[in-house]
Design a protein around this ligand. Structure first.
Ligand code: SUG
Length: 448
């Protein structure tokens, strides 16, 4: 039966801004307080979705969340009407207001971890929402993320949903950004590759010194258990703590995989020979031959990788078997990276083509093409069970562009976040969006 990889891109929400909220994420820190454009951000994302759809890839849309998150402000002691809550927070605790206003759910690679049905014990596609508890502004995403996932993948014959892991640092989980699935074909059993930054309980694993490691081994192991994965199809690897300290806050900033190909930086993992041998061995038992493409430090340094987001790319299979790499424009501006990419595509390897996208609005917060999408491998009948209203079509593209034009501001500064009207605008936009995407009541303001 045919199977596909479908990308569900996060639609950027109306409050997209540069809050400088992610310590350890160099772009987020460097662009703190600069002026953002929510409208441009949403349109850049939509343009990527449309381009992939036009090339024949299966493309979906993942709805944004209600921001500012007034319910969270209430949990933190602010009271009164919604406007009063925002006004008090603006006066007394601006950093909190900025955090609950972040449109960070756009990076759907962090929404959850997905295991396709070919890998799971019960033959269903499994989803575990990520608790994202390393950063306050992201830790508030998972309840609504779970509701949106259920509204997109509702049929329990095909889809199984797990709540986020316990909300403590021991089970810190960042979702698919630290998870890659290698396989021969999307519909066949594959190897799920979990990359963690530290261990919560085992002191033998080193930890980074400067920046936080956002994923624990114990979180990854729990997900493998919840999804009913067979040990023969699971590989764990520790991210090199030295690269986390250079700004590689997720593994998808230093490696990307697709089919049997793993494209990664020489410094990405601790103990690379062991990791690659285990991947090759387990993949061979699944009938596939690992194609490891290592980018040497001598050609592209970690700093270049972080600045250009070379690895935060989408590696996609073309119908003729060749692969296409979707990279952010910043790769073209980096001479070493661009030269490397030209050499790569002119060699006779798996990656034959590179396409460049302008995603500057998201990139300035440390989110590249791969951060913006959640991959879900689906068999034909599972694809048929996905909520059809979230599947990108030329009509939906037009509708969403028009929706953005009508509801989004062109510019947003930190001062604008103090305006209670932004919440009203955001709610109006989302209320309409739930109808466009046929999601039902997924937002707190609709449920209360
Ligand atoms: O979690 N940035 C996000 C970027 C996430 C990128 N995702 C992947 N690599 N998969 C983060 O650090 C910045 C928000 C701000 O500073 O306003 C932010 O949350």
């Amino acid at each position: 039966m045919p199977a596909y990889e479908m990308n569900f891109d996060g639609l950027v929400g109306p409050t997209h801004n540069y809050g400088g909220l992610s310590y350890g994420n160099v772009a987020s820190q460097n662009n703190s307080q600069t002026l953002s454009s929510p409208r441009q951000a949403a349109k850049q994302g939509l343009a990527k979705m449309k381009a992939l759809m036009d090339m024949g890839f299966k493309q979906g849309v993942f709805a944004p969340q209600e921001r500012p998150d007034v319910a969270t402000l209430r949990r933190l002691g602010f009271t009164g009407s919604d406007a009063a809550v925002i006004n008090q927070a603006a006066k007394q605790a601006l950093p909190l207001l900025a955090a609950v206003s972040s449109a960070s759910c756009m990076w759907t690679a962090n929404a959850c971890t997905v295991s396709p049905s070919a890998d799971t014990a019960d033959g269903r596609v499994h989803f575990t929402a990520a608790n994202l508890n390393c950063k306050f502004h992201r830790s508030i995403e998972h309840p609504t993320t779970s509701r949106i996932l259920r509204a997109m993948f509702a049929d329990s014959r095909y889809f199984a949903h797990h709540a986020a892991l316990p909300d403590t640092s021991q089970f810190a989980d960042e979702g698919a950004a630290n998870h890659t699935r290698l396989c021969r074909d999307y519909g066949e059993p594959g190897v799920e590759f979990f990359v963690f930054g530290r261990s919560a309980f085992d002191a033998r694993y080193p930890a980074p010194q400067r920046y936080p490691a956002r994923q624990t081994l114990e979180a990854s192991q729990a997900i493998a258990r919840l999804h009913g994965l067979d040990e023969a199809g699971v590989v764990y690897a520790q991210q090199n703590p030295a690269v986390i300290d250079q700004g590689v806050f997720h593994n998808d900033v230093i490696a990307v995989g697709n089919g049997p190909v793993l494209f990664y930086h020489q410094q990405a993992f601790l103990d690379s020979p062991r990791v690659l041998a285990e991947l090759a061995d387990k993949l061979a038992r699944r009938g596939a031959e690992l194609q490891a493409i290592c980018v040497p430090e001598a050609l592209v340094g970690v700093e270049d990788a972080v600045r250009s987001y070379l690895f935060n790319s989408q590696l996609l299979s073309r119908a003729d078997g060749g692969m296409l790499l979707i990279v952010p424009e910043e790769c073209r501006y980096n001479e070493r990276v661009w030269q490397y990419l030209n050499t790569l595509t002119s060699s006779s390897g798996a990656i034959r083509e590179v396409q460049v996208f302008d995603l500057k609005q998201s990139m300035q917060n440390g989110g590249g093409p791969a951060c913006l999408r959640l991959r879900v491998a689906l068999r034909e009948e599972e694809l048929g069970a996905v909520n059809p209203a979230v599947i990108m079509t030329p009509e939906l593209f037009t509708t969403l562009n028009d929706w953005v034009d009508r509801h989004y501001r062109d510019q947003l500064s930190e001062a604008d976040l103090t305006d209670p009207q932004l919440l009203v605008e955001s709610r109006n936009a989302l209320d309409e969006l739930t109808q466009i995407l046929k999601l039902g009541s997924v937002y707190p303001f609709q449920i209360n």
